[in-house]
Design a protein around this ligand. Structure first.
Ligand code: IMP
Length: 190
């Protein structure tokens, strides 16, 4: 059975295909003919994930899923949250986003935070939501070279390493997205 994933990122596609297994063929947006940007203007991660999945379903009639991720910092009332990609600017400027986060966290003692992924699935016309969370802390300066986004500033609970200092496999085993994808896979293979 074909399942469209709301991404063109080859790394994400491969990772999800491996987790879901070969009962499902995971197809990118491009492969199902969607080349335009899908709007993501909802006030919540769940809202954005659902809007993206509904858009694909209405365009293709195929079963599909979409995710949205945010970094939620306790001392900032859950910010940057749904605005994680556009925290500092309208574009996806990772460097500016990290700088702004460090600025807002200057002198803040409570460094607790979490990454949260909302995943929306539409299958046989029905909607399902899944969630993956990883708790951790915001570091006071960047550590490590790997990963992307806020990875150098986030150390997951129980580890003395930032996400940037972990291998992709180790990060995936505990990460928000890894957890959400495994829930999706469990549901699909039930
Ligand atoms: P998206 O929903 O996967 O596009 O993620 C939204 C934003 O959250 C990205 O632009 C990144 O800044 C941030 N982000 C998402 N996942 C991660 C992660 O695993 N590590 C670090 N930053 C992330």
């Amino acid at each position: 059975m074909k399942l469209v994933f709301a991404t063109n990122n080859a790394h994400k596609l491969r990772e999800v295909q491996q987790t879901v297994g070969d009962r499902f063929e995971i197809v990118s947006l491009r492969e199902c003919g969607i080349t335009e940007d899908i709007p993501e203007n909802e006030p919540t991660l769940e809202g954005n994930a659902l809007v993206k999945a509904r858009y694909i379903y209405s365009r293709t009639g195929l079963s599909c899923f979409a995710d949205d991720t945010g970094l939620e910092v306790d001392a900032l009332g859950g910010e940057p949250g749904v605005r994680s990609a556009r925290y500092a600017t309208d574009g996806h400027d990772d460097e500016a986003n990290k700088r702004l986060l460090l600025e807002r966290m200057l002198g803040v003692e409570n460094r607790n935070a979490q990454f949260r992924t909302a995943m929306a699935l539409i299958i046989d016309g029905k909607e399902h939501l899944f969630e993956g969370v990883v708790r951790g802390i915001i570091l006071t300066c960047e550590r490590g070279e790997g990963g992307f986004g806020y990875d150098p500033l986030f150390a997951p609970e129980g580890y003395d390493l930032s996400f940037s200092e972990m291998s992709a496999e180790d990060k995936n085993a505990i990460s928000h997205r890894g957890r959400a994808v495994r829930q999706l896979a469990e549901f699909l293979n039930k």
